[in-house]
Design a binder for this molecule. Structure first.
Ligand code: PLP
Length: 482
């Protein structure tokens, strides 16, 4: 299996060659040269597999340069009931991503696929935990080390730290705005005592943290000497690890070959739903892929009209589903590549020239845009009021509390129900992470999984730093010994 850049100008690479990197040198994103195909018979045979072994079957088709027994050991180490232990009472923890039926609506079953039972209570753990083990394995094999530098306002940073804690050959330097995260998020990150995790609380806002990361990454000498890397959402291994739970969801929702299901995906950077697209291209019987956005509706606008218009920062809203607050969707280029019939030159022109100079592109009325329906895509948007109403409605009707991102998903899923086709809404976080909005909607505190009781009282390990690039660089160098 070889990988190519969406912009078409790179030598084909193996999985291991792109594992630790980000963008391709031509500015594109990596995709496999063709999607491996899974037959209906293979799918039926996979019904009896554990999640870990299903992950092995799916991933082995994409990373054939890792010996099979090593890959199987990695998936078995990653996808355990001990790591993904935060499922609701009544859900089957052994499924790793348990499927819960909410009820009959619109002539079909409305279901919730629980992706948020990992250590940080959000779906990013599904891929990030595997990434931690893959990175450790690949670095040991190459005799290398890696220093991950990131900026976070909460979610991604904690998922990365919980994935990389205690891993040999890896250190994490995570910048966060001092005293600006919620008490819960702060406790989640700062209570980690692992010596390879460095929490740097920067005296500034999130944008200051992000600017520092950019400045450090642009110093190529320093970056090479200190072996600096990132774990952002365009990493291919993260996308492919997410393909697995679309297969698991289909297997849990059906009982025979060829039965179709739809998925609704609360979306921001398009990484999650891109994995659904890939599962469908591999032959998984998916009817619709429903893209749900919040008030930051750049994706909904595209799927309704064919116009992709990147938002400016002033047009990017802070919402109560903050992990979907994006101005441009960094994984979207992967999907557009397929939409254009994999024409790298055309894609390069659209993303390099049109997006960078005109702020977007317009495919309305083109044959390419017509293919969107053939790929199963539809979309919708949801607002703060919708979230409150949906959280209340589900609590009253089904006795379940969902988080704000999942509420966006439920709201939009209900607009695209097809009789007889189960609708699986991906649960991308647990409500305990977004207590303020749950209190606003329901007037009560969300339940916390047992392992999170009293987390705010644990001792915290962090360093307060000024928002100065040179001080951060010196701190990192002082702790890598490089
Ligand atoms: C990251 C995130 C999303 C958005 O996922 P993308 O892959 O960026 O589309 C949605 N919900 C939650 C809770 C998240 O953390």
């Amino acid at each position: 299996m070889k990988y190519q850049s969406t912009r078409g100008h790179e030598m084909p690479q193996t999985f291991s060659e792109i594992l630790l990197g980000g963008l391709a040198p031509d500015g594109g994103l990596y995709l496999p040269r063709e999607y491996p195909q899974v037959t209906a018979d293979e799918l039926e045979a996979w019904r009896k597999l554990s999640y870990a072994d299903l992950a092995f079957e799916v991933l082995s088709r994409f990373c054939d340069d890792i010996p099979a027994e090593d890959l199987r050991a990695l998936t078995r180490k990653t996808y355990t009931a001990e790591v993904y232990c935060n499922a609701r009472p009544g859900d089957n923890t052994a499924d790793i991503t348990p499927l819960r039926t909410l009820g009959e609506e619109g002539g079909t079953r409305l279901q919730l696929l629980g992706l948020s039972n990992g250590p940080t209570l959000a779906f990013k753990d599904m891929a990030m935990q595997l990434l931690g083990n893959l990175f450790e394995y690949a670095l040991a094999r190459a005799g290398q080390e890696l220093n991950i530098l990131g900026a976070t306002s909460g979610d991604t940073g904690s998922a990365a730290e919980y994935a990389m804690r205690g891993k040999r050959g890896i250190r994490v330097f995570m910048l966060s705005p001092h005293r600006k995260m919620s008490a819960f998020q702060t406790a989640q990150m700062f209570s980690l005592q692992d010596p390879n995790i460095f929490n740097l609380a920067v005296e500034g806002v999130f944008d200051d943290c992000q600017d520092i990361v950019k400045a450090v990454s642009n110093d190529l000498d320093y970056k090479a000497r200190q072996k600096i890397g990132t774990v952002n959402s365009i990493n291919w291994a993260r996308v492919v690890a997410q393909v697995v739970y679309y297969f698991k969801g289909w297997l849990l929702a059906t009982d025979g070959p060829g039965q179709k299901v739809s998925f609704c995906v609360p979306s921001g950077n398009f990484g999650n739903v891109c994995a659904g697209h890939i599962a469908r291209m591999m032959g998984l019987p998916i009817d619709k892929l429903v893209v749900a956005t919040n008030e930051n509706d750049v994706l909904d606008e595209f799927f309704r009209t064919g116009t992709y218009r990147v938002r400016k920062s002033a047009e990017t809203y802070h919402t109560s589903s903050p992990s979907m607050d994006i101005s441009k969707a960094s994984n979207f280029e992967r999907f557009v590549f397929d939409l254009l019939g994999r024409d790298g030159d055309k894609l390069a022109k659209m993303f390099r020239e049109d997006v960078d100079t005109k702020g977007g592109f317009d495919l309305s009325g083109t044959p390419e845009f017509e293919r969107i329906r053939a790929f199963g895509f539809v979309s919708g948007r949801s607002t703060h009021e919708d979230r409150l109403a949906t959280i209340r409605g589900l609590s009253e009707r089904y006795g379940i509390t969902i988080d704000t991102h999942t509420a966006d998903g439920i709201k939009v899923a209900r607009e695209h129900l097809t009789p007889g086709v189960p609708m699986l809404v991906l649960e991308t976080a647990l409500p305990a992470k977004f207590a303020d909005t749950i209190r606003e909607a329901l007037g009560v505190e969300p339940e916390r999984p047992a392992s999170f009781e009293g987390i705010e009282n644990l001792p915290q390990r962090f360093e307060v730093m000024p928002a100065e690039v040179d001080r951060i660089k010196a701190y990192i160098a002082g702790h890598t010994g490089l």
